[in-house]
Design a protein around this ligand. Structure first.
Ligand code: MG
Length: 411
């Protein structure tokens, strides 16, 4: 017994002295536009980093990454804050694989990514990936209504309803967006919606001049370091000063066509800019297609990701994402001053929670922040006997929306 307590103390001390990862959604809640920023639910300014998947209607390689294994791996090893599912709508080259001609096939692919993101507690952008969304307004309404109805209660979901218009006027884009947004809002009143703009989402000033009337809409800014320089950052500052919020749902370290050399210097300038201005960003793309924008070496598939067979851009993106990893320090846990105390701790089976209020819910999570399950409290007692030996986090969700957490050691 003494030995167990001795080791328990060491584990406890190690845990207290270590920063440990927890899912970003658990930390930040539902993303919310506040003035010129997309913030955490409580208004904290944040900048999330992650990769975008490649066109979902592409043949071959990209299809391999629309799966749970990829999202699990990136969450556990890179600490991604966000992932983007780029659902191809209809392209002349897609052989009928896009959503318009293969809706069930595409929806199943996207749902795999959404479900895996929720399980890993990371944000997921559901992207209507086309350059002519207004042609498919009815289909977009149907698709996003279904997604909103099924997932709208999850803080993880972000709707990106128009990836990159080409020459369409802002009036056409806005009209399309308002139709789709009103369909989403019937099912989901509050999650973040992102809208693209003319010239591959670089004409953000046109959106800023006539913004959409909704309290949680941000505007897409896309850049590729090889082509887009200080002039686009200046434009971004101007529109933020005018009061709209930006979200970089796609950026590349190379040229806008996905090819060319990695522009390290310009990429560093952009990253610093997004960090300074609390703009979240998603890199194009998590693919092993033979082009320099890809993260994984050509043809290497999921094994290539796992074995770190990365392109020059991939190495850079991995470092950026890991540097920006969302972690909770022990300070985030009110460890010394929790409004609830668990006894005994360490425990081998039952614990009691002396102070129970009204609407609290207790949830057990692992040390990566992954929710294991909701705990059943009976007579102020929780039975932990079925869980393996280890260190866990017990979260108490209070009726007022606040969260308190306590570490617990299971012997
Ligand atoms: Mg919602």
């Amino acid at each position: 017994m003494k030995t167990i307590n001795f080791y328990s103390t060491i584990i406890f001390t190690l845990v207290l002295n270590t920063l440990f990862a927890q899912g970003p959604v658990q930390k930040h809640g539902r993303l919310q536009v506040n003035g010129s920023h997309v913030t955490a639910e409580n208004g904290d300014k944040i900048s999330l980093a992650g990769p975008s998947l490649f066109w979902s209607n592409d043949e071959g390689d990209s299809a391999d990454f629309y799966n749970k294994e990829t999202i699990d791996f990136l969450s556990e090893n890179w600490g991604i804050g966000i992932i983007r599912a780029a659902m191809g709508v209809k392209e002349s080259w897609d052989g009928g694989r896009g959503y318009i001609e293969s809706p069930a096939f595409q929806k199943a692919k996207i749902k795999k990514v959404i479900d895996a993101a929720i399980e890993n507690n990371v944000y997921v952008i559901v992207d209507w990936h086309t350059h002519e969304a207004e042609i498919y307004t009815n289909e977009a309404v149907q698709f996003f209504s279904e997604i909103a109805e099924e997932y709208g209660d999850n803080d993880h979901i972000i709707y990106e309803i128009y990836n990159e218009p080409r020459a369409q006027s802002w009036d056409i884009i806005k009209n399309y967006a308002e139709t789709v947004i009103s369909a989403i809002r019937e099912k989901d009143p509050d999650n973040l919606i992102i809208v693209g703009n003319r010239e591959w989402s670089q004409q953000i000033e046109e959106a800023a001049a006539k913004p959409i009337n909704d309290n949680n809409v941000a505007y897409t800014l896309h850049f590729y370091s090889g082509n887009h320089k200080q002039w686009l950052r200046d434009r971004a500052i101007r529109v933020m000063n005018s009061g709209i919020a930006l979200f970089v749902t796609e950026w590349g370290s190379v040229n806008a066509d996905g090819k060319g050399a990695v522009d390290v210097e310009e990429t560093e300038k952009w990253l610093q800019f997004m960090k300074d201005n609390y703009i979240s960003h998603v890199n194009w793309s998590l693919s092993d297609k033979n082009e320099s924008a890809s993260i994984i070496n050509p043809g290497k598939g999921f094994e290539g990701l796992k074995n770190d067979e990365l392109t020059q851009s991939g190495e850079l993106i991995k470092k950026i994402i890991i540097d920006q990893k969302v972690t909770l320090s022990t300070n985030d846990f009110n460890l010394n001053n929790t409004p609830f105390k668990i006894h005994p701790n360490p425990t081998s089976d039952f614990v009691t929670i002396p102070q129970i209020f009204n609407k609290e819910q207790f949830v057990l999570a692992d040390m990566n922040g992954k929710i294991i399950e909701q705990l059943i409290v009976k007579d102020n007692t929780i039975d932990l006997s079925k869980y393996p030996v280890g260190v866990y986090i017990v979260h108490m969700h209070k009726g007022d929306g606040n969260l308190s957490s306590e570490l617990i050691i299971k012997n």
